[in-house]
Write a protein that binds this ligand. Sequence first.
Ligand SMILES: *[C@@H]1O[C@H](CO)[C@@H](O)[C@H](O)[C@H]1NC(C)=O
Ligand SMILES: *[C@@H]1O[C@H](CO)[C@@H](O)[C@H](O)[C@H]1NC(C)=O
Length: 228
Amino acid sequence: MQVCVYLLLVLHAADGCSLAENQKTDYITAYTGDSVLLPCSCTDPHTKPESFTWQKYNTRRQTWDVITSESEQYSNRVQLGTAHSPGKLSLLISHLTEEDKGAYICYLTNQQYKYIRLTIKGCSLAENQKTDYITAYTGDSVLLPCSCIDPHAKPESFTWQKYNTRRQTWDVITSESEQYRNRVQMGTAHSPGNLSLLISHLTEEDKGAYSCNLTKKKYKYIRLTIKG
Ligand SMILES: *[C@@H]1O[C@H](CO)[C@@H](O)[C@H](O)[C@H]1NC(C)=O
Ligand SMILES: *[C@@H]1O[C@H](CO)[C@@H](O)[C@H](O)[C@H]1NC(C)=O
């Protein structure tokens, strides 16, 4: 009798979900700042596993850590499956960072699982740590060039800063900065790797040192000279 019940349970579990690409590995490459879908699904989209988890290999601790939207690293960046298709177990990760690279597993049982190897491409800054010298005229516009070598790459974050010679500080430039209100445009929507700064209606005060700043080691300086 007990054997019978056990067999029924096994059959039922097998009925639930037969994993597509079972025990296979997918290799996926994505860019920092983008989203990526790690695919995992039952061959029959109407079936659904009794339970499943996504785990990521922690190379430091050599453990598989279960991913939840409460995980520190993934807080508010992951979305599991889709409500309208219970068989889709895919994991959507948004706002990718370099730390997201590595080995993932979509784990149902000891017999049913799928690996993903995620490679993350970041922004290699063109002319990194170099200085450009640019001259422009009052009233005109000027483009301060700054870009990732790969135009699809997108830095996790970046700022434009201007050196304040009076206070000897680097001030972050925003379109709300008093000096630059409605005169600056940063980056372009169609090319995320283009971080260039366009300043219009130039005034004498705009001369000086600018920095396109991604990280401590990724930056580019511009020396802007203004002629009347
Ligand atoms: C970046 O965008 C600006 C303005 O849209 C354009 O003039 C410039 O050529 C672009 N730079 C690169 C490297 O694509
Ligand atoms: C550039 O940005 C990084 C990270 O945001 C920061 O640590 C660094 O101090 C900045 N560099 C300058 C010159 O402001």
